[in-house]
Design a protein around this ligand. Structure first.
Ligand code: NAI
Length: 330
């Protein structure tokens, strides 16, 4: 079975190569390429049975159609989210799609809390200040998480892990999800409105769907407490960025931590430090002292990379054996 691995970074190879050298996966022949999977590069898959793509790639209608023309029968997403894949077209064309669910929910949740703490206690500023021999505390005042209310939107694997972390900080945890997670017996499920108005920390962990697109907008921001901390490690499209910028300007937020944001697609995972920034949104967000942005790295731990590599190879193996794997999406 021939597998073309798009968008390869050094760390992908580090974690995948040991599996490829394992006898168990001997029937899977992987070629790594650096190009991202997009409509412009999809034809590179000619002669391959399957392709492997990531969260930042364009696996929309045109890409899927081109992959089909190339004879590709399986798309292996090496990530949990798959909102960037046109599943309907894939299904129609008989291309199977698998993903890696829940590879290390704690890794993402820990990053969510790291963002909340960093933005709240201004660690990003403190780091620079001390390096500059500036030991003054001005601009570094934070709030204590202890005794405050955390509102978790979406309590699947990652949201549940975040809820447990918040509980460990001595926070009251409230949550919103259409399907309450029974394991979170310490959390109180409320309607979204109540979560928005009652939370000191709001952390987003639901998937991006037509329903959740721009769920954080000027209206929902208006219903939040003044001085709220907002964290998004899920998908950029959950937040209408222009409205967020307006809310920040109106001093609604004590702090904002974003691992994902609209417009991230062209630059995420690339070193563009020598280039003139073409996106205005990120620049605007970065101009605020109480906002911290990271580059979709919530998943990026040794544990997660290990689990992603293993599950991706298992998904490929099931396909090679002609079986339907447990992580196929339809
Ligand atoms: P999951 O499928 O275990 O949980 C998602 C939860 O959201 C479910 O409980 C579901 O019922 C709930 N949900 C769906 N629609 C909702 C709505 N309209 N309102 C409230 N809740 C709703 O997914 P998991 O593994 O927890 O991942 C969550 C998201 O995190 C993924 O969709 C992905 O976008 C993002 N993610 C981000 C990563 C990063 O590196 N920053 C890494 C992995 C995932």
């Amino acid at each position: 079975m021939k597998l073309l691995f798009f968008g390869t970074k050094g760390y992908d190879k580090t974690y995948l190569i040991p599996y490829m050298e394992d006898e168990k996966y001997a029937g899977i022949h992987v070629k790594f390429i650096e190009a991202e999977l997009t409509p412009n590069t999809a034809m590179l898959a000619k002669g391959y049975d399957s392709v492997c793509a990531f969260v930042n790639m364009d696996v929309g209608t045109r890409t899927v159609e081109l992959l089909h023309e190339c004879g590709v029968q399986m798309i292996l997403m090496r990530c949990a989210g798959y909102n960037n894949v046109d599943l309907d077209t894939a299904k129609k064309l008989g291309i199977r799609v698998a993903h890696v669910p829940g590879y290390s929910p704690e890794s993402v949740a820990e990053h969510a809390m790291a963002l909340a703490l960093t933005a709240n206690r201004h660690l990003h500023k403190a780091y620079i200040k001390v390096r500059e021999n500036n030991y003054s505390l001005s601009g570094l005042l934070g709030v204590s998480m202890y005794g405050r209310t955390a509102g978790i939107v979406g309590t699947g694997r990652i949201g549940a892990a975040m809820a447990r972390i918040c509980r460990g900080f001595g926070m009251r945890v409230i949550a919103y999800d259409r399907y309450p997670n029974k394991s979170l017996d310490f959390a109180e499920y409320v309607e979204l409105d109540e979560l928005l108005s009652g939370s000191d920390l709001i952390s987003l962990h639901c998937p991006l769907t037509p329903e959740t697109h721009h769920m954080i907008n000027i209206d929902t921001i208006g219903r939040m407490k003044d001085g709220v901390i907002l964290v998004n490690t899920s998908r950029g499209g959950l937040i209408k960025t222009d409205d967020l910028v307006r809310g920040i300007r109106e001093n609604k937020f004590f702090a904002v931590g974003l691992d994902v944001y609209e417009e991230e697609d062209g630059s995420v995972y690339e070193d563009m430090s020598d280039e003139i920034l073409q996106h205005s949104t990120v620049a605007r967000l970065l101009s605020f002292p109480n906002v911290i942005v990271t580059s979709h790295q919530g998943f990026f731990t040794e544990e997660a990379m290990q689990a992603i590599s293993e599950t991706t190879m298992e998904n490929a193996l099931a396909f090679e054996k002609g079986e339907k794997g447990p992580n196929e999406l339809f």
